[in-house]
Design a protein around this ligand. Structure first.
Ligand code: G6P
Length: 607
């Protein structure tokens, strides 16, 4: 989604802005632009397409030391040069970049047109620039504050003005902004990745807060001009973590990072001597949590799939009735939140609008709200009552991989944490966490056979329709495998509970159609073998994900990708890996842009 970078300091702003924009590319965008402020004017350069297109038209000699950069993911108005940000007012002295959506832009636009303003773009964001200019009387901060009082919607904005060239005014309502603190300089960004090369010292702007940023001063106030004291915090991610480190794509790097990422995620949380799970983030609410009468897990996309695994885990290990809801559905359907309802939001970024809205709805209705989030300091992480971080490191590839396994691992830890305080015996808990502690090494073993998955992708990459089938804990993995394939290789794929196939989708099976079946050892093994025969009888080609040592299955299917044996509830942590690899290789072979798939964004900050 849209990305923001800003710089005010003693260095030339342009290279810092361009580098920041490049680091924001992964979020997904369709146009980009920069604004550089000097006492004479504000120079805006913008272009549809990639940042390289912007670089071709920009004046590389620019020496201004204050500027803004933006990557846009179109919502209002087509992705073209004119609608790209920054947006300047008609005089060209004020420029604005904006993430989010201004909901009353029509009314404001009409009002401004009646006062003689001529708009050049179709965007809601230009309304902000024009409105601020109308209100400007020599004090940019005041004008922005007044303008924001007229606005409803969500925003992370940054504004510069030719009359105040060493100043950036920023404000946030529902769209993240962090301010990087350097020596005689400040940076501003919607995402830590954009500024990490310069500083790891940051201040998180909260909703309803504004910042006046100069090279040497950072002043934060509420929209009502009440000063807010803020602490400078340290970002725990390093620059190396957000770079490719020799891999062709971030997605591949992140797939291969999973053993280390899971190791990190589990570190200090599993106590093999005591047979317990330690989750510092839940200690304060443990009693309330254990008494939960019902748990609702909410998320979007891959996080929703991880949440579905969590539903199975919570019901089996903790015996608490649990359901999984899409954030977008939960928020609008007048959900029932009784006493004893706990809502757990699952999100890599912690910024997904629908998930945040669901969790806000739950909070308003009095639920205890928890977060299972990767990005420290994100909106969700800051807004929940308690939570558990994934600690899997930054995920840059749009297709989520290590965040999925991290989410499942954390949900498994929470399930055991609760189970142990309820019905789970010490022996069962010990068995569970021992198996969990072996997962990172087992994932590494799956990755050693990555080439088998590549061969499958190579063989079937031209087929435009795939099915993914799974049962029990592997049903959400089937959904996730199908999502991975469609989102990066643009192959149509569907994930199903295996038994549902005969209620309709079986009609799709034709000669040679690839059907990925997760057929690992477990309580439903015989059933899934029957499903495999149903596919084979109709000419489908079966790619089975099976447990090491299962030689029999090789006789029944076209290809087998083996994973080590583990407890059934933990199988998703292993079975997801070959499916990630199939999707990755299919996309590469088909020439798709793996890390920046068409129309997609890493973090979806609109409804
Ligand atoms: C987008 C991403 C997905 C992700 C989903 C939820 O659609 O492309 O990969 O699963 O958002 O994101 P979150 O950050 O909340 O986990």
């Amino acid at each position: 989604m849209c990305g923001i970078i800003g710089y005010v300091g003693h260095r030339t702003a342009l290279p810092i802005l361009i580098e920041g924009l490049r680091r924001l590319e992964y979020r997904g965008y369709d146009s980009a632009g920069v604004a550089l402020a000097s006492p004479n004017d504000v120079t805006v350069t913008k272009s549809a397409g990639r940042i390289s297109a912007l670089e071709q038209i920009i004046d590389v000699e620019s020496t201004q030391t204050t500027g803004l950069g933006h990557t846009r993911w179109a919502t209002h108005g087509a992705p073209n040069d004119v609608n790209a940000h920054p947006h300047a007012d008609s005089s060209g002295r004020i420029a604005v970049i904006h993430n989010g959506i201004i909901e009353n832009d029509r009314a404001l636009r009409t009002y401004l047109e009646q006062h003689g303003v001529t708009f050049t773009s179709d965007t809601d964001s230009e309304v902000l620039a024009q409105l601020i200019a109308q209100l400007y009387d020599g004090n940019l901060e005041k004008a922005v504050r007044q303008a924001l009082h007229e606005v409803s919607g969500t925003y992370g904005i940054a504004v510069v003005c030719a009359d105040e060239p060493g100043v950036i005014i920023a404000a946030r309502q529902g769209s993240p902004l962090i301010i990087g603190v350097g020596k005689d300089e400040h940076l501003l960004a919607s995402d830590a990745a954009a500024i990490l090369a310069h500083t790891s010292q940051v201040v998180y702007l909260g909703d309803g807060e504004m910042a006046r940023i100069t090279p040497n001063e950072l002043r934060i106030t509420t929209l009502e001009a009440v000063p807010v004291a803020k602490e400078v915090e340290e970002i725990e991610w390093s620059l190396e973590q957000i770079e490719l480190a020799g891999y062709d794509h971030f997605m591949l790097k992140e797939i291969f990072e999973q053993p280390a990422a899971l190791e990190n995620c589990l570190r200090g949380r599993i106590d093999l001597r005591e047979g317990t799970v330690h989750l510092g983030g839940l200690v304060d609410c443990a009693r309330e949590l254990v008494r939960a009468k019902r748990i609702i897990l909410t998320g979007c996309g891959t996080a929703w799939h991880a949440a579905l695994v969590g539903e199975y885990l919570f019901e089996e290990l903790a015996r608490i009735p649990t359901e999984t809801e899409y954030g977008s559905e939960f928020r609008y359907r007048n959900p029932i939140v009784n006493e004893g309802t706990v809502v757990i939001a699952v999100s890599q970024s912690g910024e997904t609008t629908d998930t945040i809205a669901a969790f806000n709805e739950a909070k308003q209705r009095g639920a205890l709200t928890l977060g299972v989030v990767n990005v420290v300091g994100s909106s969700l992480a800051r807004g929940t009552d308690a939570g558990v971080y994934l600690h899997v490191g930054p995920e840059i590839g749009v297709a989520s991989t290590k965040a999925f396994t991290g989410q499942v691992a954390v949900l498994a830890l929470i399930a055991c944490f609760l189970g142990r305080r309820k019905h789970m015996s010490p022996t069962a808990a010990m068995q569970f966490i021992t198996a969990l502690s072996q997962i990172p090494t087992q994932v590494a073993r799956v990755l050693e056979r990555a080439d088998d998955a590549r061969k499958v992708a190579e063989k079937y990459q031209q087929r435009e329709n795939w099915l993914y089938l799974g049962r029990g804990y592997n049903y959400p993995v089937a959904l996730e495998g199908a999502l991975k394939l469609k989102e990066i290789s643009y192959i149509h794929s569907e994930g199903l509970p295996a038994a549902e196939m005969k209620h309709g989708p079986i009609a799709l099976i034709t000669e040679g159609m690839p059907v990925v079946v997760i057929a690992t050892a477990g309580s439903q093994y015989e059933k899934i073998i029957n499903n495999i025969s149903e596919v084979r009888t109709r000419g489908g080609s079966v790619i089975a994900i099976a447990t090491e040592g299962d030689r029999e299955i090789a006789k029944m299917v076209d290809h087998v990708l083996y994973v080590p044996d583990t407890l059934e509830p933990l199988q998703p942590l292993l079975t997801a890996i070959p499916l990630q690899l199939i999707a990755y290789h299919a996309a590469v072979i088909r020439g798709c842009n793996v890390d920046k798939p068409r129309n997609l964004a890493k973090s979806v900050t609109v409804e």
